[in-house]
Design a protein around this ligand. Structure first.
Ligand SMILES: C[S@@+](CC[C@H](N)C(=O)[O-])C[C@H]1O[C@@H](n2cnc3c(N)ncnc32)[C@H](O)[C@@H]1O
Length: 323
């Protein structure tokens, strides 16, 4: 067993026994929904760096898999939408985390009349070898775990998620990313990695890992400031700025001309006609915004027209539009 994976387990064993408030604290607000009350200990064990819960992914009674359960907060939020026995499966490799979350679900049951602990099925297992059948879930989620993995393990973890998703299923993830060079000494620091501080990839590399696995559509749903590693406190001579990214990777077939990556670009036609048709499936109605993937945005840009506006990426996209 790789020693950084062992260090990670030890760190989360401790964080299961005694909540480590602020371990992965984030600016994403905790879901506040009618009738949803999150127990205090579950909140203290919020070890994510964003949110993976989006009601738009949760229509048509989906089967949900959540890998790396932490205190169970996001599983409770998913169960809020699915509300059925075994609707959410939680997988974690740390026994103490599984029992801490089990205790938190029992507590949640006392405060949420709609919730039953058996809405969540907890299973011991490893993200690198999921104890879940092929093509058996509609939504697979992980929050702030995969950034810890070195690239070969990350590939394996993503391939596992791809394997268990049904066709067109959705992998929803939240992870830190970083555009600065992280010094090797920090990257190899097992504890910093396990704390989700030094394993992050630049966004493009992170997305490429997903498209290389085969996900044909990618949505960048949010990008937020996350952490600073500064020379006074860390082995770096430059400030390192870390952001948190929320992504949905959809198991759509890979288009022949490459993946559709939506980073929040919009095309607007403002010419003299009623609409502009690029004859490749994109019809831009006069002065109406159309979300486009980056591939289409650059194809439209390359036409060199003076009546089509292409916006910058907003990194805030969750559906709609046409690639
Ligand atoms: C940073 S915490 C995130 C917890 C949770 N996703 C949240 O948002 O609060 C990482 C979680 O992954 C679990 N974990 C660590 N290594 C794992 C592995 N190889 N496979 C599955 N789970 C793992 C830890 O026990 C912990 O629950």
């Amino acid at each position: 067993m790789n020693s950084y994976l062992e260090t990670t387990k030890e760190l989360y064993r401790d964080a299961a026994i005694e909540p480590n408030v602020g371990l992965c604290c984030t600016t994403t607000p905790v879901w506040s929904l009618p009738g949803l009350e999150i127990p205090k200990r579950m909140l203290q064990m919020n070890y994510g760096c964003g949110s993976t819960v989006n009601p738009r992914d949760l229509v048509n009674n989906p089967k949900i898999l959540y890998v790396g359960v932490g205190g169970g907060m996001e599983l409770l939020q998913f169960a809020y939408f699915s509300r059925q026995k075994g609707g959410v499966i939680g997988v974690d490799v740390v026994d103490e985390m599984l029992s801490a979350s089990r205790g938190n679900f029992a507590e949640a049951e006392k405060h949420n009349s709609w919730f039953k602990s058996d809405f969540v099925e907890l299973v011991k297992g490893d993200a690198l070898n999921l104890p879940i059948g092929d093509e058996s879930v509609d939504v697979a989620a992980q929050n702030c775990l995969f950034n810890i993995f070195h690239n070969e393990d990350l590939k394996t973890a993503l391939a596992e998620m791809y394997r268990v998703l049904k066709p067109h299923g959705r992998l929803v993830m939240s992870d830190p990313i970083c555009e600065n060079d992280i010094p090797e000494e920090l990257r190899e620091d097992e504890r910093l990695r396990a704390l989700c501080l030094s394993g992050s990839l630049p966004m493009k590399e992170y997305i490429k890992m997903l498209t290389d696995i085969g996900f044909g559509t990618i949505e960048i749903r949010a990008k937020r400031p996350y952490r600073i590693l500064d020379p006074k406190h860390y082995a770096t001579n430059k400030l390192i700025y870390i952001e948190s990214l929320e992504v949905c990777a959809i198991k759509d077939p890979m288009p022949e001309d490459g993946p559709c990556v939506f980073t929040g670009k919009t095309a607007i036609y403002y010419g003299d006609k009623e609409y502009f048709d690029d004859k490749k499936g994109h019809v831009l109605m006069h002065n109406q915004p159309l979300s486009v993937c980056d591939k289409t945005a650059s194809a439209l840009q390359s036409l060199g027209r003076d009546d089509i506006f292409i916006s910058e990426s907003t990194f805030f996209y969750d559906g709609g539009g046409c690639c």
